[in-house]
Write a protein that binds this ligand. Structure first.
Ligand SMILES: NC(=O)c1ccc[n+]([C@@H]2O[C@H](COP(=O)([O-])OP(=O)(O)OC[C@H]3O[C@@H](n4cnc5c(N)ncnc54)[C@H](OP(=O)(O)O)[C@@H]3O)[C@@H](O)[C@H]2O)c1
Length: 268
């Protein structure tokens, strides 16, 4: 009899989530740990890593470890590899963003966006993919953004870096073709992360309760969203947990949207 139960079980798998002491990365780490994976949390600050590890152990009861390194440097990745040689599920969540006028952004700022948002992911896939291929199973998941497709005028550098990340995912999926390892990206839309509430209240009536304030913000400033509210980090984490699981075995080389319909397009 065929078992058609949808049951996500990541026990026996080791996952690494970059930039996961807060925000979307933290929610992803929690989702993977809650599904039974052993999870490595990452950030540059050892204090924030220790705090996140303690909170995740408390909320999931899972085997959670922390690796405080800067994954945007080759030395950081060398240290990471020494502490964590075996990864089955790699989630390249780390990404920086910020508005800088296109005519003012410097070459060094452009390079920094490339180093952090693109090269760090490339380096980590290159580091962990061979082991996954050798074992015949693995997942590499990159967190992209609606800005990869709808390039914001005030963040061309960010949009370009996320477009590049989609290309990186597609390319490495080809590199891993036929091996049992899948490589995908997730296109996240506007999300309720730290700092977003202050940002929203700067733009709408500050006396409104949060739920109404965010709906007003979306209506006025993000009218393309079909969801008409911000996305919660756990909603992105749910997609990542599915992609990380054996259930997603036929999905590779793809870009999956958790954007609340923000990108006005049928594909990807
Ligand atoms: N927030 C949104 O609305 C949104 C929308 C679409 C896509 N995204 C994407 O989702 C991802 C997560 O975004 P977020 O808003 O949740 O992030 P965030 O809240 O800014 O979290 C950043 C995390 O990355 C760590 N970090 C920063 N630089 C690092 C480095 N060089 N090496 C290792 N860790 C580093 C931070 O810890 P330390 O400071 O201690 O290093 C922290 O844990 C990003 O790729 C972003 O582009 C976000």
């Amino acid at each position: 009899m065929v078992d058609t139960t949808v049951n996500i079980d990541l026990s026996g798998k080791t996952a690494l989530v970059t930039g996961s002491t807060q925000g979307i990365g933290y929610a992803i780490a929690e989702g993977l740990a809650g599904s039974g994976a052993r999870v490595a949390v990452n950030g540059r600050s050892a204090e924030k890593v220790d705090d996140a590890v303690a909170r995740l152990r408390e909320s999931t009861g899972a085997d959670v470890l922390g690796v405080a390194v800067d994954v945007s440097s080759a030395e950081g990745v060398d240290r990471l590899l020494a502490e964590l040689p075996h990864v089955d599920v790699l989630v390249n969540n780390l990404g920086i963003f910020g508005a800088v006028p296109a005519s003012e952004i410097t070459d060094d700022q452009w390079r920094n966006y490339f180093e952090v948002n693109v090269l760090a992911a490339v380096r980590l896939i290159r580091t962990y993919l061979p082991g996954m291929v050798e074992r015949g199973w693995g997942r590499a998941i990159q967190i992209a953004s609606d800005s990869a497709i709808v390039i914001p005028a005030e963040m061309i550098h960010y949009g370009v870096s996320k477009t590049a990340l989609l290309a990186v995912s597609r390319g490495f999926a080809k590199e891993a073709a036929g091996t049992g390892v899948t490589v995908n990206s997730v296109i996240a839309g506007p999300t309720h992360t730290a700092g977003v509430e202050d940002f929203v209240y700067e733009l709408v009536d500050s006396s409104l309760p949060w739920d109404e304030a965010q709906r007003e913000f979306m209506r006025l400033h993000r009218p393309q969203s079909l969801l008409q509210r911000l996305i919660e980090p756990v909603e992105i984490a749910n997609m990542v947990t599915y992609l990380a699981s054996p259930l997603s075995s036929a999905t590779t080389g793809g870009a999956l949207r958790v954007d609340g319909g923000y990108v006005d397009s049928i594909l990807p």
